[in-house]
Design a protein around this ligand. Structure first.
Ligand code: GAP
Length: 516
């Protein structure tokens, strides 16, 4: 199935099974804003728990914070967001559609990459075992030509971004003959900068009201609380502060479902270190974060690091963790070495000394910061994309397609469904007793409607790792059938064994064991 079709099916599935709904749907929706349904919120909470515990429980020097969304407006001046938090936008005059100029060029770069990869894959198949990729890259003319074009474009693009040269961004789009996907024309306007922050007013009268912003990142809440946490927690450098919370950006080009939203959630951690040690910590956090992703078992080849074309105004090193979504490799997480930029700026703008006295060095300094920043919603989309499967299965001699979400059990919204075979003979009562016994340990669901086969399919579609069927034999020997989602294997076990079997599989400890 084409990847585009997979993605369409995934979006439809999210809605049909209560994961994600368009916001304000009965009023025809609100662009790039989404609501999470009954299963979506459970999955989202599990993702957040996986992140939070991996930061705060696994690192004794990382503590949490929950700062307010509204903050003093000078914070955004100090952080550089008022002046520099912009996207370069370009319009196509024929379709009247607006695009991010940098994204159009990035897509062009990806096209060259794809051409090179295709040639390599073809050759790999042709030559089999004896294929030497390095030699092929160096000698195949088509590969050399496309790689050359890509490298030249990359260099020019990076230069234009670093210089803030909007005219050259436009010229690149023209020179590369990039067309609008809707109109198919190259009738482009100039490139303009557009600030992404949402502003509003706080206070009762228009005259006295204070212009405030909805935060575009949670990180600033951490920086302005650095002193509070360091002092009250008696934290010693290096230490980290982790926070999960909403962020808002007026994304003009919002596409690909929950990948780019106007209201979204971030999980950010700022790690405060001694100046000069930041690049070492940057490398350590890169490794730790990649392990966190890979522990979910979605395939190591589906991840890569991507170096930034242009460093943000606050960074001296930056890398993205990219995941292979159905629409290509895209950023899920950013890891930045933010120097002492933010704390120094807040020190200057607030007039308060924001420093750390290092007892080992006997001196005070403004700490340097390594940041790991991941979008909850993008992580949600990663988990969904990786878990969605359509499988051909034979039922009673007929072939059938089952849609199954093969979530890592620790992230699954519902861990266990208990299904009485029939709605009589005391079977529902036993099923309820099982749920009463297990509901404080696991999110359980009771279902007695339709055939067992249909009930299994419903649970597969929301990714429930275990189904337990209560039948007449249960009334005689206190055993049930447990069915495993991925293999569809069924086993007869005693009711008393259920807690042990399930907790072994759904515990986050299994994931944490892979990352410590
Ligand atoms: N504090 C640094 C920061 O905010 P960022 O790269 O702009 O860095 C970090 O954002 C992460 O937040 C991204 O990797 C992405 O997962 C998520 N994110 C950013 N903008 C988003 C949007 N419009 N919709 C959904 N997630 C977004």
């Amino acid at each position: 199935m084409a990847q585009e079709d997979v993605f369409k099916k995934l979006v439809a599935h999210c809605k049909e099974y209560g994961f994600v709904f368009p916001s304000s749907e009965i009023y025809d929706g609100l662009g790039a804003v989404y609501d999470y349904g009954q299963n979506g919120v459970e999955l989202k909470n599990n993702i957040k728990k996986y992140w939070w515990d991996s930061m705060v429980l696994l690192h004794e020097n990382v503590v949490g914070l929950d700062s307010a969304i509204f903050m003093h407006p000078t914070i955004w001046k100090a952080s550089g967001h008022v002046d520099a938090f912009n996207d370069p936008l370009i319009d196509n005059r024929d379709s009247k559609k607006r695009y991010r100029a940098d994204v159009l060029i990035e897509e062009q770069l990806a096209k060259y990459d794809e051409k090179v990869e295709k040639e390599i894959e073809k050759a790999r198949k042709r030559f089999g075992e004896s294929f030497d990729e390095k030699q092929f890259r160096e000698t195949n003319l088509r590969v050399i030509e496309n790689q050359g074009k890509r490298d030249k474009l990359h260099e020019r693009f990076t230069q234009a971004l670093n210089d803030g040269n909007l005219e050259d961004l436009r010229q690149i789009i023209l020179d590369e003959e990039i067309v609008c996907p809707i109109s198919g024309t190259r009738n482009w306007t100039d490139v303009r900068q557009f600030n992404l922050m949402f502003g509003t007013e706080m206070g009762s009268t228009a005259d006295g009201a204070l212009k405030v912003y909805l935060r575009p990142e949670t990180a600033q809440g951490i920086f302005v609380n650095y002193l509070n946490v360091q002092k009250t927690g008696r934290m010693k450098i290096p230490f980290g502060i982790a926070q999960i919370g909403k962020a808002f950006r007026n994304e003009i080009v919002a596409r690909q479902f929950i990948f780019r939203m106007r209201e979204f959630e971030q999980m950010e951690m700022q790690y405060f270190v001694r100046p000069g040690s930041e690049l070492e910590w940057f490398e350590k956090w890169k490794t730790t974060r990649m392990k966190w992703h890979k522990a979910l078992g979605f395939g190591d080849d589906n991840y890569r690091f991507h170096e930034h074309e242009k460093l943000a105004h606050y960074a001296n090193a930056a890398v993205d963790v990219e995941y292979k979504f159905p629409f290509g490799f895209k950023e899920v997480e950013g890891i930045h070495s933010r120097t002492d930029f933010d704390l120094s700026q807040h020190q200057q703008y607030s007039g308060k000394k924001i420093q750390y006295f290092d007892p080992e060095l006997g001196e005070s300094y403004v700490p340097y910061v390594i940041e790991t920043s991941i979008g909850v919603d993008r992580m949600f989309l990663q988990v969904m994309s990786a878990s969605y499967c359509e499988e051909e299965v034979g039922t009673e001699g007929k072939s059938d397609i089952r849609v199954v979400l093969k979530f890592p059990p620790a992230l699954a919204p519902v861990k266990l469904a208990v299904l009485p075979l029939v709605k009589k003979d005391g079977l529902p009562e036993i099923a309820r007793e099982i749920i009463d016994d297990l509901k404080f340990d696991f999110n359980c669901q009771y279902d007695e409607k339709d055939s067992i086969g249909k009930r299994y399919r419903r649970q597969d579609a929301i990714g429930t790792p275990f189904c337990v069927t209560v039948d007449h034999q249960t009334t005689e020997d206190q055993t049930v059938t447990i069915r495993f989602r991925d293999t569809m294997e069924q086993k007869r076990v005693a009711i008393g064994e259920l807690r042990g079997i399930i907790s072994g599989e759904v515990s986050m400890k299994k994931l944490f064991a892979k990352i410590v």
